[in-house]
Design a protein around this ligand. Structure first.
Ligand SMILES: [Zn+2]
Length: 315
């Protein structure tokens, strides 16, 4: 497919290529993970593979591949609160915007139409975002909007705030009974950020950013060093430390819970002969699973961290 994407997501790249070869690609795809810009490149690559008039190779210079690389293809559209809007006053993806998309499907097309749904902003980028943008450029694709001065178009994951239930519901029928030449791609941080009725009708793929696969547990050691006795004078301080670590490093709350789980599974491995301790560790891992469920039900991370901290502190 594309060298950068092949290297970053070898499994997914191969999966999409084969599914397109076999004409078995789902009509509604969800890409979830923390790096929405690389997901955006993946979505464009899927659109390119679906529309290529040549051999689908990375350097193909057919008209469709060229247009998609330039992000100017008439049948490959980005749908966000800043792209392809119908009403400039709207700060979310509106029902009207969705209906406008669906109306275009009434006419037949020579192209395979691809609609990429995400949240997006034109903003000044952070250092991490600048690095992500450099990586995106290496894939050969372009952003849907030109940069203006210091600011740049930057996507983020769609969620129920920017893509309301009404707008999402308007799409359900089209996802359920799609035209054969249409693919909807949703970019999100977490598939639970989308309406369940969309998730259940879509195929979801994790686009884990490789830097996130490494779990950092150093920030936890201080608290866990006397485990199972939990070294914390004040559970609130521990919860606060988790929250600060998360925000300062621009991480997802679930990543923090993953780090705790990683730490606990490490302890389990090291104490395999100690059945009493093992039981305690498994009980704690179950508790962290519960924390993830709380995050899935939109409970604020601060409350989830506090709940977990009070649990560990044994209060
Ligand atoms: Zn081509």
């Amino acid at each position: 497919m594309n060298q950068i994407l092949d290297k970053k997501f070898p499994y997914l790249s191969n999966f999409f290529k084969t599914a397109i070869d076999l004409k078995r690609l789902f009509h509604s795809l969800i890409l979830y993970g923390s790096n929405n810009l690389i997901q955006y490149a993946m979505a464009l690559e899927i659109a390119r593979q679906l529309n290529c008039l040549g051999d689908r190779s990375e350097n193909c210079s057919c008209r469709n591949c060229r247009w998609i690389r330039e992000n100017k293809h008439p049948a490959v559209m980005t749908i966000s609160k800043t792209d392809n809007k119908t009403d400039s006053s709207k700060t979310v993806i509106s029902e009207e915007q969705v209906n406008n998309v669906l109306d275009t499907l009434i006419n037949s097309s020579d192209y395979h139409r691809v609609f990429i749904f995400c949240d997006a902003e034109i903003k000044k980028l952070s250092q991490t975002e600048k690095e992500a943008l450099e990586e995106f450029k290496m894939t050969g694709f372009s952003l849907p909007q030109e940069n203006t001065g210091e600011k740049s178009w930057y996507p983020s994951g769609i969620n129920t705030r920017c893509f309301s239930q009404v707008a999402a519901n308007a799409m359900l029928k089209s996802i359920e009974e799609p035209a054969s030449d249409v693919t909807f791609i949703f970019l999100t941080n977490n598939k639970n950020d989308l309406l369940q009725t969309i998730v259940s009708r879509s195929q979801a793929f994790c686009t884990a950013d490789t830097k996130y696969i490494k779990y950092n547990i150093d920030f936890l050691r201080k608290y866990f060093s006397s485990y199972p006795v939990f070294k914390v004078e004040n559970a609130i301080d521990f919860a606060q430390a988790l929250l600060i670590y998360q925000t300062e490093n621009e991480l997802e709350p679930k990543y923090i819970i993953d780090c705790i789980q990683y730490y606990l599974t490490g302890l389990a491995k090291a104490n395999f002969g100690n059945s009493i301790l093992l039981e305690k560790i498994y009980k704690d891992i179950n508790k962290t699973e519960n924390s993830k469920k709380m995050l899935d039900s939109y409970i604020k991370e601060q409350l989830v961290f506090e709940d977990l901290a009070f649990y560990f502190a044994g209060k």
